[in-house]
Each structure stands twice: as structure tokens, then as C-alpha cells.
Design a protein around this ligand. Sequence first.
Ligand code: ATR
Length: 279
Amino acid sequence: MTHEIIDRYAVIGNPIAHSKSPLIHSEFARQTEQALIYTAELVEPGHVAEFIKNFHQQNGRGLNVTIPFKEDAFKLATHLSKRARRAGAVNTLLINDPEHYFGDTTDGVGLCTDLIQNHKIILKEKTILILGAGGAVRGVLEPLLENRPGHLVIANRTVEKAHQLAKDFSDLGNISGSSFDDLANEKFDLIINGTSASLAGELPPLPDHILNENAIVYDMMYAARPTPFMDWGKQQGAKNCFDGLGMLVEQAAESFYIWRGIRPDTTDVIKKIRASLTP
Ligand code: ATR
């Protein structure tokens, strides 16, 4: 009798119980007929390296990494993609052997795929505002700038962080930092919320009347109900208000591609995950 050894994958984080990743990757595996197991694993801070070693011994071949371990994963990766190096964070590890871990970040590609392919938004030459200057925003700037927006403005409560981030990416395009107050005389085609405000049910302190005609607002967070930022967009007359559920599924699809070399179709998976959300 032969025992088939099945490749294992997991998402690690703390907390992790509510992660949608096992559901998403099980759907991808079923659709693409890949034999694999994907689980969510709670890891204690300071134990990431030990976890990876044990996981590899149990046939672990790849990991997704979420809060608070994206910077640990960046440090532990022995090889990094160009985009992960620039982002300073890793959300995908490919573990081919116990000594060599390849680290990549798929969040930015996930965001751009959702914007461009799923929502048919053109980024080229558009005026884009992104809110927040933490790890979530740093991780998506390079792919956003690759789409050649006319101007990308980063606004943050702590304005120094917005200026620093703009400086770090200034070689890639027309990018600048701003306070929330200084946005009052500007207009934008697309506003992306990359702050953690929605997690706390809060709204970043945005001035009124900063949307161009046909403007779109996009919250990188998602929930069963529209976030406070999406409600704000609607009230300000945005043409469309989207949440980040598509980004979540698209970043997962890119991770799946890195591990298995096959690109799953995301349309039905996005619908399935949407239907699984409970208010
Ligand atoms: P992440 O890794 O999710 O980006 P982070 O690095 O802690 O998390 O960054 C959180 C971001 O959300 C920061 O830009 C933070 O602004 P400050 O740098 O001024 O703290 C922003 N943020 C959190 N709550 C906010 C709120 N209620 N209004 C506006 N910005 C908020």
C-alpha cells in the first residue's frame, strides 16, 4: 500500500481563527485539481522561525503570512522578490527546502487586479488618493505606480509618515505626501482607504467635496456591511464604492500561482466568500 504525501500550506497569524484563506485556497485547489491541504495556524509572537521548520518537516510547502508576522517573514526569507524588498514585508513564503525560503508580497498585485480586472477601473493618468502610511499602504505602492497614475497622493494623520513614504517611492512616479486638512482644495478620481480605521468602525478625517465626477472609493478592508469609508463615499456622490474582498481573493490567487504554477479563476470564489460573510 502506498501512502500519498500531500503538500501542505497554511496561513499564519495571531489572531487567525476568522481567516477566509483556508476556504479560498480549498476552492482554488478543487477548481484546479491540485492535491493539497491548506489550514489556518495560530503562531505565538517570537515562534515564527520554529513554526516554519516544523511545518516543512510535516510536508509544508508554502505559507501565507498575516498580521503581525509580515515583517518577521521578511527577515526570515533567504530570497526576496523585488516587490517584497521594496514593500519591506512578505505575505507569501515558498518553502522548497528547510534552508531556503523565498519571500514575496502579493497584496499590491491583488489590489491592482481587483481594481483593473474585476472593477474595470483605469488607473493610467488618474489622480489617486491613498489614505494611511502603514505597512498595508507601503505594500501596494509599487504595483499602483506601475500603472502610471497621473498623481498619487498619500494622506496620513501623522503627516511625516506620508512624506517619508512618498520620498521612498518617488523614483517610481509622481507621488507626494499630505495631511488630511491639505486635501481640501484637491479632487481625486479614486480614493483608496489603506488605514486601519475601518477595523475600529472609524472614518479617517476627510474633507468634503474632494471627489471628481465619476470618482470611485475603495476600502482595502471588507465586511458583511459597507464600511464607514464606503458610506462616506456614497454620501459624497461616488460613482461606485467597493470593499477589499476582491483584493483578498486576488492576493490569494497570486500566492497560489507562486506555489503551484497555476492561476485559479477568482470570479466564483469571490461570490462564495461574499455569501459566507455574516453581518
Ligand atoms: P497596517 O500594517 O495595517 O498599515 P499600521 O502600520 O499600524 O497598520 O498603520 C495603520 C495606519 O492607519 C496608519 O497610517 C494610521 O495613521 P497614523 O500613522 O497617523 O497612526 C492609520 N489610522 C488608524 N486609525 C485611523 C483613524 N481612525 N483615522 C485615520 N487614520 C488612522
